[in-house]
Design a protein around this ligand. Structure first.
Ligand SMILES: [Zn+2]
Length: 259
């Protein structure tokens, strides 16, 4: 699932293709907005908020999209066809570029003034200009009996984190994923590290938390179940946690992250 850094890059690509240009085509292939037509309106900009994308269009309109599990926005010259079988949900095009939303998990069209209905519940955005670690910690602390692993994925606490950054951050802080939030002393250090890791990857594809960009060396625990810990040699454990259907995967080192 794309995490905050991938969504951040997607927003940048959409800005490069659409900002300031009048739409010559809009094609909503979702039942709720099948008749919507944004043709003739200029795109103002696209912002990312956690894992959400907000494409603002002239006339107080915002197209909201979410990549969910495997969605993507593909930017290509007008006229080029998408791959056969791609489930296109939305196309926004100007005279030069088309942005094609494939397998988007959510597509909404709302008044820009009403964006808060869609993203107002989110905690501080890890990559946002208004990132506020104190507020993220305050929200986490409000439920001290939750496991830190579950609390970190709750986008109402902090927005943008998914299973990769969760696993990597907890490893680097030496925190057992099932530890209770209230038992962790330095939550500020934990969320600040998450932001630093994600921020380091926002400019390029791939998730590197080790500082080593070679494909086999990029992460400490994620994707490394059963392999020896890079620090202590213990085999990396793999499990599931929480109630969400898609975000349960957790990897950890029992040596570096003891109960
Ligand atoms: Zn270890």
């Amino acid at each position: 699932m794309p995490e905050g850094d991938a969504v951040y890059r997607t927003a940048a690509r959409l800005r490069g293709a659409l900002d300031g240009h009048v739409l010559t085509r809009s094609d909503f292939r979702v039942p709720k907005h099948a008749t919507a037509d944004l043709t003739g309106r200029a795109v103002i900009t696209t912002a990312s908020r956690g894992k959400h994308l907000l494409t603002r269009v002239e006339g107080d309109l915002t197209v909201h999209s979410h990549l969910r599990m495997d969605g993507s926005w593909q930017v290509m010259p007008v006229g080029r066809r998408t791959a056969p079988g791609d489930q296109v949900r939305l196309i926004l095009a100007n005279q030069t570029w088309q942005a094609v939303g494939v397998r988007l998990g959510m597509v909404d069209l709302v008044r820009t003034a009403d964006e808060a209905r869609l993203v107002g519940h989110l905690g501080p955005d890890l990559l946002g200009p208004d990132w506020d670690p104190g507020e993220a910690v305050r929200r986490l602390r409000a439920a001290p009996d939750r496991t830190i692993g579950e609390a970190l994925l709750d986008q109402r606490n902090l927005a943008g984190i998914g299973t990769i950054y969760r696993a990597e951050t907890l490893f680097l802080r030496g925190v057992w994923p099932w530890k209770k939030v209230g038992e962790i002393e330095d939550l500020n250090g934990l969320v600040t590290l998450t932001r630093r890791l994600m921020g380091a990857n926002k400019g390029h594809a791939g998730t590197v938390t080790t500082g080593d960009r070679r494909p086999a060396n990029q992460t400490w625990v994620y994707g490394r179940a059963g392999r020896p810990c890079r620090r202590c040699g213990t085999r990396i454990s793999r499990g599931e946690m929480g109630a969400g259907p898609q975000e349960r995967l957790i990897l950890w080192c029992a040596g570096c992250q003891p109960r």
